[in-house]
Design a protein around this ligand. Structure first.
Ligand code: GTP
Ligand code: MG
Length: 375
């Protein structure tokens, strides 16, 4: 099957969350419909997820539905943007059987003329395309320095604590996502509001190995009406950062626990060999270190990194793990020596620092090389 026939007639669903968007909703639907006329390979649908707006939003959408195909409306209690998206995704997956879902604000801030660029990138094999304000060519021309600063700081926190360093814009609301990546999404975990929903979702996609591309957008001010995202959304965004950090650090925490167990096994085997089997102090450490390494390897393989899809053979991983451990020991020793001899640090503290640096090195290399996730 060639690419053309594979992507022919793929179903693209635009999920537009709305709350009191009577000034904007008709216009954005029209713009998307205009774009659909230029797309021969795709069938577009538009799903408005309205949370019982108190203005005319729903009446307007219902009027549009009477005259246009493939426009849908679902409504519900207002529980935040994340909850609205969650309901929208479920409808788009189950009822519309979408292949690609677009997230887009309904207030005209996202330029529909860029839709073909998103679709081209998806066709070229990307799993997620983000309309990004922070890659070269992207901008927020109408926003105050203050809002820009808040947005940038928020993005930095998500990137570095949430483990999505390579993604410049983690809170953008303009994205195209292949639904294969949404089908096994843990929606319960993502059920958060506003910006925190957007950042949780993109981190989840990044952790699961989605191929993500950012294309530049100019994020202008909304065409009409008022902003819906509140101070409460900002607070929840901040409270959500540690949660992202914990989930991002889960492997490292498991790795460290196994490491501590390894130290115990090393000491235990050494004590038994020297006290009960008359091993010399020269040979006993070699055996006890190897016992700890073997135990650690199997625990990492089946527990710490057990859910990764690593392509290399287990014996190759076993060798790599030993190699990395050897390097880590050298790093431990060099850090200890330099801190102790050059900086005159108390020897136990110097050794502890050496152990910590070596442990981080050990984790990073094993995580990204020995057990590289190929999914
Ligand atoms: N269904 C639903 N939609 C929401 C909710 N909160 C916000 N929205 C919609 O989500 C989109 C993004 O919200 P905006 O208020 O535009 O947020 P923003 O773009 O960060 O803020 P502005 O730049 O001021 O527009 C808009 O289409 C809103 O109508 C909600 O609780 N439920
Ligand atoms: Mg907006």
């Amino acid at each position: 099957m060639d690419i053309d026939s594979k992507t022919a007639n793929q179903k693209i669903c635009f999920v537009l969350p709305t709350y009191n968007e009577e000034e904007n909703i008709e216009n954005i639907i029209e713009l998307i419909i205009q774009e659909s006329h230029n797309q021969s390979k795709s069938v577009f649908s538009i799903l408005v997820v309205d949370d019982n707006s108190s203005d005319q939003t729903q009446d307007i959408v219902e009027r549009v539905i009477d005259s246009a195909n493939n426009v849908y409306l679902i409504s519900g209690q207002k529980k935040g943007l994340g909850d609205a998206y969650k309901r929208g995704f479920v409808f788009a997956l189950d009822s519309l059987e979408a292949d690609v879902i677009f997230q887009m604000d309904a207030d005209g801030q996202h330029d529909t003329a860029l839709i073909p660029q998103f679709l081209n990138a998806i066709e070229e094999g990307r799993d997620v395309v983000i309309g990004s304000r922070y890659v070269a060519g992207g901008s927020m021309p109408d926003f105050s320095m203050f809002r820009l600063l808040i947005s940038k700081i928020g993005n930095l926190l998500v990137r570095y604590i949430g483990g999505a360093i390579h993604i410049k814009d983690c809170t953008s609301g303009y994205r195209a996502i292949k639904t294969s990546y949404l089908k096994d999404l843990n929606f319960g975990y993502l059920s958060t509001r506003g910006y925190s929903f957007q950042s949780s979702l993109i981190c989840d996609l990044a952790w699961r190995g989605a191929d993500i591309l950012e294309i530049p957008i100019a994020f202008t001010s909304r065409k009409g009406g008022d902003s819906k995202l509140s101070f409460r959304d900002q607070i929840e965004f901040l409270l959500n950062i540690p949660k992202l950090g914990f989930r991002n650090m889960e492997d490292f925490i498991k790795y460290s626990l196994v490491g501590f167990l390894g130290v115990g096994v090393n000491l235990g085997v050494y004590t038994i060999l020297t006290r009960y089997f008359n091993f010399s102090e020269i040979v006993a450490p070699l055996v006890s270190i190897e016992c700890a390494l073997i135990l650690n390897f199997f625990l990492h393989n089946f527990w710490t990194f057990g859910n990764r899809s690593t392509q290399s053979r287990i014996r190759v991983r076993f060798l790599k793990f030993h190699l990395v451990s050897g390097f880590a020991a050298v790093i431990n020793y060099l850090v200890f020596l330099s801190l102790f001899l050059i900086f005159g640090l108390y020897d136990i503290l110097a050794n502890l620092t050496g152990i910590a640096v070596a442990a981080v090195f050990n984790y990073l290399i094993n995580s990204n090389w020995t057990w590289k996730n190929n999914k």
